[in-house]
Design a protein around this ligand. Structure first.
Ligand code: GAP
Length: 501
């Protein structure tokens, strides 16, 4: 199957099965916005709760918050988004189609544009006399376009009331830092985490869920002592030390080398990362993505080149996935230093530091930030789990990530005793919190194919023998093997097979 084909097939399967489809579809849809149907929303919930389980519940000293989506202008002045959160826009003079300059250059000249400045992109467009791909018209001069959605708080449309929809959840973790630290009596190192929607008015949303205007962030701001950035406890290092990952560091990229597999211990020895905490957060994030079900052969860690790196970052890595449209950023992990706390401290005139009682000094912590885009995780998972076999198409989701976990089928819908028994089993399994799909329509073979397509790992069929011996057939999605299981053992069996704990 060609790569373009894979993306097309997934987009169409998602729409046909109501998993994920364009928002406002009956009005023609709107680029960069998608709705989730019952299967899609359950998949999303499942990934979210797996994230919450691994990064908040099972970890020590990570505190979850939920903040406002709309924040006043001053927050974005302090964070630098008002000034610098821009892409380069170019418009066709004839047909008025707008393009993101770097995308237009990539598509037309097939060259990389990562880290190129406004001036560099403008020069490339002029030098190569790039025309509008739509109508071959001449392009106007480039301009900087701020990606934040602007609004006003209250009725008066004055600049003092200006506010913006957040383009990242991160800033709230900085502005709420002091309150969380004090109320949770947190000492360094500790983290503040948030799951929530972010909004970016992207010039050219594209590639299904990859570049959206509304998406969900999973972010952690992890605060460490500025002098303790290598002080990773042994028990945390033990969790990642045996991992082997594909690495693409700055020197490798300069020499145009391929990514190479390295052991965590080698990476540490060679001091490729700015600090041990950054390495830990990158590796533990990678490990989580593999456990979600992403194909590890399509994952690599790429270090930002110096011209790509945000001016405040001491080091920054992307976990990249080889999507059907190329290697792209799935997650970013940055060493943001003390930049954000200091900026908000300056603008708010509030002290954002920690008093260390033993040393009797105040320190502004440094921040390590792992930031995932949930939709990019979903798209990488869909591409990893999609399988075509001779007679069926299926998503081989890990059983603990699969949206619907168990399908319940009465063999025949016109046999009252069988239907009644099937409904009873469904009700009973629901008490254990399993997400069940009950279906009595069409042949059993077609019902199996339908649930394979949305990745349901197990199907329970109730037949005539059930009425005699209280057993049912349990079919495994991947092997298609069937086993006979007593009804009384079903809940316990599924608890074992569907749990990620
Ligand atoms: N707080 C850091 C931050 O927001 P980012 O690299 O701009 O950094 C982090 O975004 C992650 O958010 C990305 O790795 C990606 O997964 C996701 N993301 C960013 N822009 C996105 C978009 N337009 N659509 C979908 N996901 C996006």
């Amino acid at each position: 199957m060609s790569k373009e084909n894979l993306n097309e097939k997934i987009v169409s399967l998602c729409a046909n099965r109501g998993i994920i489809f364009p928002s406002a579809e009956i009005y023609g849809g709107v680029a960069g916005f998608f709705d989730y149907g019952p299967v899609g929303v359950t998949l999303k919930n499942r990934i979210r709760s797996f994230w919450r389980s691994e990064f908040i519940i099972k970890m020590n000293s990570i505190y979850e918050i939920e903040s406002s989506i709309i924040l006043p202008r001053i927050v974005w002045e302090a964070s630098g988004h008002l000034e610098g959160f821009t892409d380069v826009l170019v418009e066709c003079k004839k047909c008025q189609t707008q393009y993101r300059a770097d995308h237009l250059i990539q598509d037309t000249l097939k060259i990389a544009t990562d880290g190129k400045s406004f001036e560099e992109l403008s020069e490339i467009l002029i030098k190569n006399t790039i025309k509008c791909p739509n109508c071959k018209g001449e392009l106007a001069s480039t301009q900087k376009f701020n990606l934040m959605f602007k609004t006003h708080i209250g009725a008066a449309k004055q600049s003092v009331n200006e506010a913006f929809l957040r383009p990242e959840t991160a800033q709230a973790m900085f502005i709420d830092f002091k309150r969380i630290q004090q109320t949770m009596r947190a000492s360094l190192p500790f983290g503040i985490a948030q799951i929530g929607r972010s909004y970016r008015n992207e010039i050219s949303p594209r590639n299904f869920l990859f570049r959206l205007r509304e998406f969900e962030h999973l972010e952690i701001e992890f605060f460490v002592h500025p002098a303790g950035k290598d002080d990773l406890p042994d028990e945390l290092w033990a969790k990642v030390k045996d991992l082997q990952v594909a690495i693409l560091s700055i020197p490798q990229q300069e020499k145009e080398e391929e990514a190479k597999l390295m052991k965590a211990s080698e990476i540490l020895e060679q001091r490729i990362f700015s600090c041990k905490w950054l390495l830990y957060w990158t590796l533990i994030s990678y490990d989580w993505l593999v456990r979600v079900g992403l194909d590890p052969s399509k994952l690599r860690l790429r270090q930002h080149m110096l011209n790509e790196r945000a001016h405040y970052a001491a080091d920054c890595w992307d976990i990249e996935f080889q999507y059907s449209f190329g290697w792209k950023e799935l997650q970013g992990i940055a060493d943001r230093t003390d930049y954000d706390l200091k900026k908000h401290s300056k603008f708010s005139k509030k002290e954002l530091n920690i008093h260390l009682t033993e040393e009797n000094i105040k320190v502004v912590p440094h921040v390590i930030e792992p930031s995932w885009g949930l939709e990019r995780v979903i798209q990488a998972l869909l591409e990893s789990a999609y399988v075509e076999e001779k007679e069926r198409t299926l998503f081989k989701f890990n059983s603990y990530i699969a949206p619907f976990q168990i399908a319940v089928f009465p063999l025949m819908k016109n046999r009252e005793e069988i239907v009644e028994r099937s409904k009873e089993i469904t009700t009973n399994l629901k008490q254990f919190n399993f997400q069940i799909l009950y279906d009595e329509k069409s042949s059993i073979g077609r019902r199996y194919r339908r649930v394979d397509e949305i990745g349901v790992p197990f199907a329970v069929t109730i037949d005539f023998d059930t009425l005699e011996d209280n057993t049912v057939t349990v079919r495994d999605r991947d092997s298609m093997e069937q086993e006979r299981v007593p009804i009384k053992n079903l809940a316990e069996m599924f608890q074992k097979r569907l749990s990620f704990i």
